[in-house]
Design a protein. Structure first.
Length: 421
């Protein structure tokens, strides 16, 4: 019996304490004595029974929000206060779903929390503190998404747009700067799901397509590839990544069959014909391939593939590859001619045929080596590999004209090679 009476007395005391402390909190808030209000709130919530009172959580949200923007509050403490204020808003909503206090203030506190984080993100970014900026913009987006999911209008009926494009794109830029990898993918997906068509957002479509290619999610790969093509139809990336995806993991003869299949889908794809030629060139230079009965068939396809690629897009790389093909083939022909030692008419004919073919291969090399050199000379900036290939094009031309006995041409190309910076 004594225990029961004691409990009732304690409950009564707690109720009186709640009434007194809450009145004190309201008074401090009315007088704008926010540090004292914070202290009163913290003391009030240190009593377990008081944590079930919805109203105090609203006042905590309000006061912590105000103090987070006070000049005397440091940025680290300010962020903590924004977080605690947001958590208090959610707690208030949980305890009182009708939310009369937040409705009365038109969700001003909640919207201020968003702008508080946004401003911190901008300041950190301008100070090149990208890690903090990323965290701040993440906080802003979290509050934005909470507002949207709960359909909460702001003061004077202002509303957030469904997608906070600026914040999301800031997170993409910062996430890439901080090398956060797949953590950026959900932000890219928000952009893509919103069907944004500004060219600057093409990166998002490309990243999403590559993500589903790497994760081998064919259904989503096809879905987002189609979206990318729809919004940016002139971008060669789509066919390139589709071809790469279709040929991924396939090798040897099966790979060339797959390229032939893809020709029907992409009859005018530079990437398709160029990549096919590269793979064929690797294939014919493998020792194991040289004994195949169809070796000559595969070798002879390379010039046609590269000529087709060049007709679509005359790049220095395609011209260089075709020049190298003819140049190397000329040496193979001289080697084959040298192996014929006989003096019979048939032997002499074969040797002469190989020699004629060797000379033709050198002549065939010349226009493509010259075209490659010319195209490299027009590039605004030469990468190391570009410079090496540029010089090699002149090396081939010098050697060809040495074999032809044309010293004047040799010197002409040597001067051009030496002028490459």
């Amino acid at each position: 019996m004594k225990k029961i009476i004691f409990s009732v007395l304690m409950f009564t005391a707690a109720t009186v304490l709640y009434a007194q402390d809450l009145k004190e909190i309201k008074t401090y808030v009315t007088l704008r004595q926010y540090p004292k209000a914070k202290e009163a709130i913290d003391n009030f919530l240190s009593v377990e029974a008081n944590t079930k009172k919805a109203e105090v959580w609203y006042y905590k949200a309000f006061v912590y929000n105000v103090l987070s923007r006070d000049a005397a509050t440091g940025s680290i403490e300010g962020k903590k206060m924004i977080d605690e204020s947001f958590a208090a808003i959610k707690k208030y909503t949980e305890l009182d779903p009708k939310m009369p206090l937040t409705k009365d203030e038109e969700n001003t506190t909640l919207y201020n929390l968003y702008y508080g984080y946004f401003d911190l993100g901008v300041k950190a970014y301008n100070s090149k503190n990208f890690a903090d900026s990323y965290t701040d913009f993440t906080g802003a987006l979290t509050i934005h998404d909470y507002v949207i999911s709960n359909a909460l209008p702001g003061p004077k009926e202002i509303k957030f747009s469904a997608l906070d494009t600026d914040v999301v794109w800031n997170l993409v830029i910062l996430g890439n700067e901080l090398k956060k990898g797949d953590e950026v993918i959900p932000y890219y997906k928000k952009i893509v799901d919103a069907d944004l068509k500004d060219p600057k957002y093409m990166e998002a479509y490309q990243a999403i397509v590559l993500h589903f290619k790497e994760t081998k999610d064919q259904a989503n790969f096809d879905l987002f590839l189609a979206k990318g093509k729809q919004h940016f139809p002139n971008e060669v990336f789509w066919e390139a990544v589709d071809i790469e995806n279709a040929t991924q993991g396939i090798e040897g003869i099966a790979l060339f069959k797959k390229y032939d299949e893809l020709t029907g889908k992409y009859p005018n794809s530079y990437v398709l014909f160029f990549n096919n030629a590269i793979e064929l060139n690797k294939f014919i230079n493998e020792e194991s391939s040289k004994s195949l009965p169809d070796y000559e068939k595969y070798r002879s396809r390379i010039p046609d593939l590269l000529k087709k690629a060049i007709s679509i897009n005359a790049t220095p790389e395609a011209n260089m590859l075709l020049a190298s093909y003819y140049y190397n083939y000329s040496f193979d022909l001289t080697e084959m001619a040298g192996k014929i030692k006989g003096t019979k008419p048939d032997d002499i004919k074969k040797r002469n045929d190989f020699t004629a073919a060797y000379k033709k291969a050198m002549d065939d090399c010349i226009p493509y080596a010259e075209a490659a050199a010319d195209l490299f000379s027009k590039l605004p900036k030469l990468k190391a590999t570009d410079k090496a290939n540029y010089k090699q094009a002149y090396d081939m031309l010098m050697e060809i004209y040495r074999a032809k006995g044309d010293a004047k041409k040799m010197v002409e190309y040597k001067v051009k090679k030496d002028a490459i910076q």
